[in-house]
Design a binder for this molecule. Structure first.
Ligand SMILES: C[S@@+](CC[C@H](N)C(=O)[O-])C[C@H]1O[C@@H](n2cnc3c(N)ncnc32)[C@H](O)[C@@H]1O
Length: 249
């Protein structure tokens, strides 16, 4: 393994957000939906990320991605934000070979674990990004290019004074909507009721979306959404789960 490859995974940990400076040169503090956890980054995860970044990794860039060039086909592209360790994302990519998946995660051990699983399973229709998803949406995703956006168990930021850090906000949804094709879906899931209510409120306020729920609120967990790692933990703790599934008009 070359030295520059050795450094890639560790470098990524430090570059998940682009630094913006104020006019007088000071660091511009932004409200982010994540804190960078210092969880264990195993040698295996690091090596898988270093050795297979060329096949699976996409780097942040200040220009739009060309999905056809990336995947070599015109298949629908589904974007998942915050895939954690990537188990459910890899399962979905395997179950839907006629779709392309892009997963975004800032937690490098998760990125390494996801790549490792994708390599093990021989997945071809998946790319991963290690960067703040809001910046990726703003800079890299062309307007009206996605067939779906999925966000499973985003950090709930329980305390009221932290609610501003929740990724689902009206401005976030407007940004997401601009990236979706007509008929594309938005699929959110959470195990935190108060966040589910907030998600529903934000989604319902968006006139460009229609709710697929028969009861005009939540849907039962669809079979096509595999259980996620975080959700399995929630089940053990006796948490409920709320799925929200809207489509763009
Ligand atoms: C609670 S975990 C859930 C992970 C996974 N979806 C699951 O259900 O097991 C939320 C994940 O979102 C990631 N995350 C939060 N904000 C993000 C952002 N702006 N861009 C990319 N990833 C983000 C966190 O690093 C974390 O791994």
């Amino acid at each position: 393994m070359q030295d520059n490859q050795m450094n890639l995974a560790d470098q990524k940990r430090k570059t998940v957000e682009t630094v913006e400076l104020t006019e007088d040169g000071r660091y511009k503090r932004k409200v982010r939906s994540f804190t960078l956890r210092t969880g264990r980054f195993s040698g295996y995860q690091r090596n898988m990320m270093n050795n297979h970044w060329g096949e699976f990794g996409l780097d942040f860039q200040e220009s739009l991605f060309d999905f056809k060039a990336i995947f070599g086909n015109d298949n629908p592209v589904i974007l998942e934000i915050g895939f954690g360790m990537g188990k459910s994302l890899v399962e979905m990519a395997i179950a839907n070979p006629d779709k392309n998946y892009i997963g975004i995660e800032v937690h490098t051990p998760g990125v390494g674990a996801c790549i490792a699983l994708a390599v093990e399973k021989g997945v071809k229709n998946l790319r991963v990004i290690c960067h703040d998803a809001v910046e990726i949406l703003n800079y890299c995703i062309p307007n009206e290019s996605l067939s779906g956006l999925q966000l499973f168990f985003p950090d709930p930021w329980h305390k009221a004074r932290h609610h501003k850090r929740r990724i689902v906000q009206p401005a976030f949804l407007t940004l997401v909507l601009s990236k979706l094709k007509q008929g594309a879906f938005v699929h959110f899931a959470t195990d935190w009721e108060n966040y589910a209510e907030h998600m529903l409120e934000v989604l319902q306020a968006e006139k460009g979306l229609t709710n697929t729920s028969a009861t005009n609120d939540y849907i039962p967990r669809p079979d096509f959404r595999p259980l996620t790692k975080f959700e399995e933990r929630g089940h053990r703790l006796g948490h409920g789960v709320w799925d929200l599934y809207f489509t763009k008009i």
